[in-house]
Design a protein around this ligand. Structure first.
Ligand code: ZN
Length: 241
């Protein structure tokens, strides 16, 4: 089975479509796992939800999804994120908000634990340090785990002190070593590379392949500006920060 793994799409349909095209060029897409924050920041939340729902899929609840559905407050959001959440809430219909409210926080599929933030705090914790990763891995009952939320592609093996940045085309084999990995963000990368990040899990070949995909950033930026969202959210897409 070929499973496309995306995280932090953030309503950026241009980036999401480019990832799906790139993944489909490598073979049939059997499933899409989305690790949360499908909406928020970008200009096409409803279309991104509809596109994901065309596939057999998993979608986890991210902080931006829950904020847009009115499920959590905006106190912990910065101004840009709060403005975007209010705008997104005004765009989503009742069915989409109900779908978000029903999303799981943690899912186990194919021996892989999926969560947006971490197992200590599924919605909010940023898994950015080795100590945070160790705490997460101590709670992970499967050999492999996937998180999103940081917008930074990385893999951390249990017992290894290093958080390894994932570069373009990197393969991570499903072997004896336990790990937690982050595919990076489709719709708003923050590692200095503006290209959309994602991964494919091939369950027969027993490996993840992490990739980056060029997309029409100018189109995504123009839609953000046209929607009346904060222009900063358009600017940062070109910088990948
Ligand atoms: Zn995010």
């Amino acid at each position: 089975m070929r499973i496309v793994v995306v995280a932090d799409v953030h309503a950026n349909l241009d980036a999401f479509e480019a990832v799906l095209r790139h993944a489909a060029a490598g073979g049939a897409i059997d499933r899409v796992w989305s690790l949360g924050d499908l909406v928020g920041y970008g200009a096409q939340p409803s279309t991104c939800i509809a596109r994901l729902r065309e596939f057999e899929h998993v979608e986890l609840a991210g902080n931006h999804d829950l904020a847009a559905a009115g499920e959590i407050g905006l106190a912990e959001f910065n101004t840009y994120a709060a403005d975007a959440a209010l705008w997104t809430a005004s765009q989503l219909d009742d069915d989409e908000k109900a779908w978000i409210r029903g999303l799981p926080r943690v899912v186990i599929e194919q021996n892989v634990t999926l969560v947006h933030g971490s197992l200590r705090d599924p919605v909010w914790e940023y898994l950015l340090s080795e100590s945070e990763a160790e705490a997460h891995l101590a709670l992970q009952t499967t050999p492999y785990g996937l998180v999103g939320h940081t917008h930074f592609p990385a893999v951390i093996y249990e017992g290894d002190a290093a958080m390894r940045r994932i570069l373009d085309g990197r393969e991570v084999a499903l072997e004896a070593e336990r790990f937690v990995a982050n595919p990076g963000s489709v719709g708003q990368p923050r590692d200095g590379d503006y290209r959309a990040a994602y991964a494919v899990l091939d369950t027969e070949a027993r490996r993840f392949v992490f990739d980056r995909v060029d997309y029409d950033v100018a189109a995504a930026r123009a839609k953000i500006v046209a929607a009346g969202l904060p222009t900063y959210l358009a600017e940062r897409l070109a910088r990948g920060r």
